[in-house]
Design a protein around this ligand. Structure first.
Ligand code: GLY
Length: 347
C-alpha cells in the first residue's frame, strides 16, 4: 500500500526485527532485500467471468507500479459501480426485504493484513471499505450498522443501491414467492426461476511476487436479512499468503465456508499443487462436506462453486463444480476469458 500507515507498519516491523538482531542495522539495507525477488514473477490478475475490465485495470495498475491490493480493489470497483452488474455493489440483487446488503474482504500479502465488511447497506463499493478496515484499524471485520458508520466517517455517501431493474427483479420474485401468500402473481414467464449468486474474486501478483486478493458481492439474492456468505470471511471468500499465492471463490457461500476454501486452496499450492489442481482439490473437499439435501438424484450438487488461484510465480488457474469461464490478464497478454477445469457437466 502506498499510504504512510503502511510505511510506518513496515518500519515498526523492521524495528522489532532489529531488536531481535535479525536484520542489519541500516534502514536502507533493510529495504533492499525485497529487490531480490523483482522480475521473479509474471504479473497476473485473475478473476471471475464478470471481471474482464477489472483484471485489465488491475494488471495495468501493477505494471505501472501500483500496490497489488490497490490494483485489485480499483479493478473490482469498476463492477461495483456498474448498475448493470447485479452481483456486486450498486445494482446488486437485494435480500428478501428488498434491501441490498453487501459483503467484501481483502488481504494484502506483503503486510499480512486483512479487512472485511459484512451486511453493509447504502455504500456502493464495499471492497474499498474492507481496504480501509485493513489499513486503518486493529480489527479485521466490521458488520452492519457499525460498518456503515465507519464508511460514512471516511466520506462515503449513503445511497440507494437498488436500481430500477434490481427493484423490478425483487418485486417479481416477491409476487411469485408462493401460491398461498397475499401477493398476486405477476404474469407467467416473468418469474426469475434461478436464484442467482453473483460475486467477484480477484487475485493479483506483481513482478516482485507480491500478492493480494479481494472478494466482493451482494450475496445470495433474496437471502434472509443479515445473512453473510463466504465473501467477507477471510480464509473462505479469499486468502493470500505472500510466500505462496492467493485464491478465492464465487458461488454458494455456505458450501465454501464449510471448507475454508480460499485458505485450503493456498495450502494445496503450498504443498506444490498447480493453481488449477489446488482449486480442484478444494472442490473435492467441498463435495465431501456437502449434505445429502444439496445433492441431486443424479449424484451432482444442486449448487455451483468455482475457485480461482494464482501462485507467487504468476501461474494461475480455476476450477468449478460445473463448466464456467474466468477472466485473466497477464503481462503481454490482454484480458481474456479462459475455461475453468470442472467436475460435472451441466445437464
Ligand atoms: N459467494 C457469495 C455468497 O454466497 O454470498
Amino acid at each position: 500500500m502506498t499510504d504512510t500507515l503502511s510505511r510506518r507498519n513496515f518500519l515498526g516491523a523492521s524495528a522489532a526485527a532489529l531488536a531481535a538482531g535479525a536484520l542489519p542495522a541500516r534502514l536502507d539495507a533493510i529495504e533492499a532485500p525485497a529487490v531480490i525477488l523483482r522480475g521473479a514473477s509474471r504479473p497476473v490478475a485473475i478473476s471471475s467471468a464478470n471481471s474482464l475490465a477489472p483484471v485489465s485495470k488491475a494488471l495495468e495498475l501493477v505494471l505501472q507500479g501500483s500496490d497489488t491490493l490497490d490494483a485489485a480493489v480499483d479493478g473490482v470497483k469498476i463492477q461495483e459501480l456498474d448498475p448493470k452488474d447485479n452481483s456486486v455493489g450498486y445494482g446488486g440483487l437485494p435480500n428478501e426485504d428488498g434491501v441490498v446488503q453487501l459483503d467484501a474482504s481483502c488481504m494484502h500479502g506483503p503486510t499480512r493484513r486483512a479487512g472485511a465488511v459484512g451486511a453493509l447497506e447504502g455504500i456502493k463499493t464495499p471492497s474499498e471499505v474492507a481496504k480501509l478496515v485493513l489499513k486503518y484499524t486493529n480489527h479485521i471485520m466490521l458488520v452492519g450498522e457499525g460498518a456503515k458508520r465507519f464508511a460514512l466517517s471516511y466520506g462515503f455517501k449513503d445511497e440507494d443501491l437498488l436500481t430500477p431493474e434490481s427493484r423490478q427483479h425483487w418485486l417479481t420474485w416477491r409476487a411469485n414467492r408462493g401460491p398461498n401468500d397475499d401477493w398476486l402473481d405477476v404474469p407467467k414467464g416473468t418469474e426469475m426461476v434461478v436464484r442467482p449468486t453473483g460475486t467477484i474474486n480477484l487475485n493479483v501478483v506483481n513482478a516482485a511476487g507480491d500478492l493480494s486478493s479481494v472478494t466482493t458481492t451482494s450475496g445470495l439474492a433474496w437471502k434472509i436479512s443479515g445473512r453473510v456468505g463466504d465473501s467477507p470471511i477471510v480464509g473462505a471468500g479469499q486468502y493470500t499468503d505472500n510466500d505462496v499465492g492467493a485464491a478465492g471463490s464465487t458461488g454458494r457461500g455456505e458450501s465454501n465456508i464449510m471448507v475454508c476454501g480460499g485458505f485450503l486452496t493456498v495450502e494445496h499450492m503450498r504443498r506444490g499443487m498447480s493453481p488449477t489442481d489446488a482449486c480442484m482439490e478444494t472442490l473435492k473437499r467441498t463435495l465431501h462436506m456437502t449434505p445429502d439435501r444439496l445433492m441431486g438424484p443424479d449424484g451432482r450438487p444442486k449448487f455451483d462453486l468455482t475457485f480461482y488461484a494464482v501462485n507467487k510465480k504468476g501461474e494461475f488457474g480455476a476450477a468449478g463444480l460445473f463448466p464456467a469461464r474466468y477472466a485473466v490478464a497477464s503481462e503481454g497478454n490482454p484480458a481474456a476469458f479462459k475455461d475453468c477445469a470442472y467436475m460435472f457437466k451441466r445437464s
